[in-house]
Write a protein that binds this ligand. Sequence first.
Ligand code: NDP
Length: 295
Amino acid sequence: MPVAFLGLGAIGAPIAAHLTSSDRLTVWNRTRARSEAFAREHRVTAAATPREAAAGADVLLCCLPTSVEVEQVLFGAEGAADGLGRGALVIDCTSGDPVTSRRIAARLAERGIDFVDAPVSGGVPLAIKGELTVMLGGEGAAVERARTVVGAFGKKVVHLGPVGAGHAVKAVNNALLAANILAASEGLTALVKAGIAPRLAVETINASSGASFTTQVLVPDRVLNGSYPRLFRHALLDKDCGIAVDLDRALGVEAPVLEAVKARMAALRAELGEDADYMDPFARAEQRAGVAIRG
Ligand code: NDP
C-alpha cells in the first residue's frame, strides 16, 4: 500500500519509522534536510512538496503542530489534496482541533477522500516503541481502514466517535496533563524548600491518592535525575489546553480550573519561549525557589 507521511517532527519521525515496511513510503517535511535524512536512514523517498508526496498514495498521514498547518499542507499551494485520488484516506495524527478537522473532512469529502483524526498519546518514548495510544474520530469504514495503518505504531487504538472526537479527547487529556505538571511543580518545589527529601516525597505521593502520570513517570524520569530531555514543546501543550477550553466554552460548560490552567500555560509560554519543553515549568519553579528537585 503506497503511504505518504507529512511532518517529521519530534513525534512524527518515530511514528513514520513504523511505516517503512509499507510498499512505498514517501515523506515530506517543511525543512527538506529532515526528510532527506529520514529517507536516507530508512531507504524511503523524500518528496519536494506535499502534493508530490501524496501522488498515488492510498493513505496519507500527517503530524503537524496544529490543524492550521494541516489545512495548509492539504489545501495550500502544492497541497497534498491535489495529489490524492478519490478513495484515498487522510489520517491526521496532529493533536488538532475538532472544529477545523470537521471542516477539513468536509472539504476532503467533496473530493471523495476520507478523513480520520488520530491523535496519539505516550510521547516520544512510546512512539519509538510503537506503543502509542491512538484516539480515532471518524466514520465506520474509514476508521476500520485507519486501524490497519495506525496499528503499526499504536498499542491501544480507540474509536471515540465522529470526526473531531479523537481530537477532543486528546485535548482534554492534555489539559489534565498540564494541570498535573503545573500543580506538581508548585507542590514539590514547596516540599523540597520545606526540607523534605525529594525522592521520598515523590515516592510517598505515588503510594497515595495524589499520584498521576506526572509524578509516577515524568518526575522520576526527567526531574529527579535532572535530565530534562527536550521531547515535547510547552507551546504545543499550551495549544492543547486552548482546544480543551474552547470545547468547554462552545458547549457552555463552566471550566474555571481549565481556564486557569490555560492562562498559566500561556503566561509560561510567553516567558519560556516557543522552544521550551513541557517539563520546563519544573526547572523554572526550581530556579525561582532556589532549590533542586533531585534525588
Ligand atoms: P515539532 O515541533 O517537533 O515538529 C513539528 C513538525 O511540523 C515539523 O515537522 C515541522 O517542520 C512541521 N511544521 C511546523 N510548521 C509547519 C508549517 N507551517 N507547514 C508545514 N510543516 C510545518 O512537533 P511534534 O512532532 O512534537 O508534534 C507534532 C504534533 O503531535 C503536535 O500536534 C503535538 O501536539 C502532537 N504530539 C506531540 C507529542 C510529543 O511528545 N512531541 C506527543 C503527542 C502528540 P520543520 O522540520 O520544518 O520545523
